[in-house]
Design a protein around this ligand. Structure first.
Ligand code: CTP
Ligand code: CA
Length: 224
């Protein structure tokens, strides 16, 4: 942690990270959420801080903790809050890594009172949330922008499509087909695809090691 020799590669760099799920309110007591643990994003935050970066970690509801003097945690609940906070910080950062499992849809109307079970069926109308990553890509200047892609089929093609459509420098493909990969556990199996179409496939690893691989790739690419 100490940079006595002033040699940590990301000293003087700011890194924004999103992590965890978002919760989209249905009524005062209920929400639509997902099983993201937040673990991958918190490991990336720790790896960035261990390389000397000043980290802004914008996180949905999780049980993860990170006590490091270089990590500032910004807790949010909904996709809209995550969007606002991410845009608050984006212009000042050198790198942004969006690992959050943002809800794609939210209830169009949030009931102001608890919904009663009076009928035998209930229909909720959902509308799309804003795509945070795509909006950063559209506003990108000097920033190195990294997204994730969670795919179950046509993985490389779908991930490449997201890389281009969202104007990213790098995408981390997570395959849910691989046992031990994804959302909930302590391990992940990823493939990096960069904007020069370099494809690097990794073995199943701990999320801590995946975070190290990702920071090493970013350090190389930004020439830090
Ligand atoms: N993402 C985001 N804001 C959203 C949805 C997704 O910032 N409203 C980001 C995620 O954090 C991730 C990337 O976009 O870095 C890809 O998320 P993913 O769910 O794989 O793709 P989507 O673009 O949402 O498309 P789909 O779910 O239909 O595959
Ligand atoms: Ca999605």
């Amino acid at each position: 942690e100490d940079d006595i020799l002033g040699k940590l590669p990301l000293r003087n760099k700011k890194v924004l990270i999103t992590a965890g799920p978002t919760y989209e309110a249905i009524d005062p007591v209920r929400f639509i959420g997902n099983h993201s643990s937040g673990k991958m994003g918190f490991e990336i935050a720790k790896a960035a801080a261990n390389n000397g970066a000043e980290v802004i970690l914008i996180t949905g509801p999780t049980h993860q903790t990170a006590s490091h003097s270089l990590i500032k945690i910004v807790p949010v609940t909904s996709a809209q809050e995550m969007y606002s906070e991410t845009h608050n910080y984006f212009k000042d950062v050198d790198v942004a890594i969006l690992s959050a499992a943002v809800a794609d849809f939210k209830p169009k109307q949030v009931a102001s009172q608890k919904i009663k079970k009076k009928d035998s069926t209930l229909t909720l109308e959902l509308e799309k949330t804003k795509d945070i990553l795509a909006s950063l890509g559209a506003n990108k200047k000097h920033q190195y922008l990294v997204g994730f892609a969670l795919e179950t089929n046509n993985e490389i093609e779908n991930a490449k499509g997201k890389l281009k459509r969202k104007n990213l420098n790098l995408i981390v493909l997570n395959s849910l087909n691989d046992k031990g990969a994804g959302f909930k556990g302590d391990t992940n199996k990823v493939t990096f695809i960069d904007d020069k179409e370099n494809i690097t496939e990794f073995q199943l690893k701990s999320k801590t090691e995946v975070a190290t691989d990702l920071l090493n790739k970013i350090i190389k690419e930004i020439d830090a």
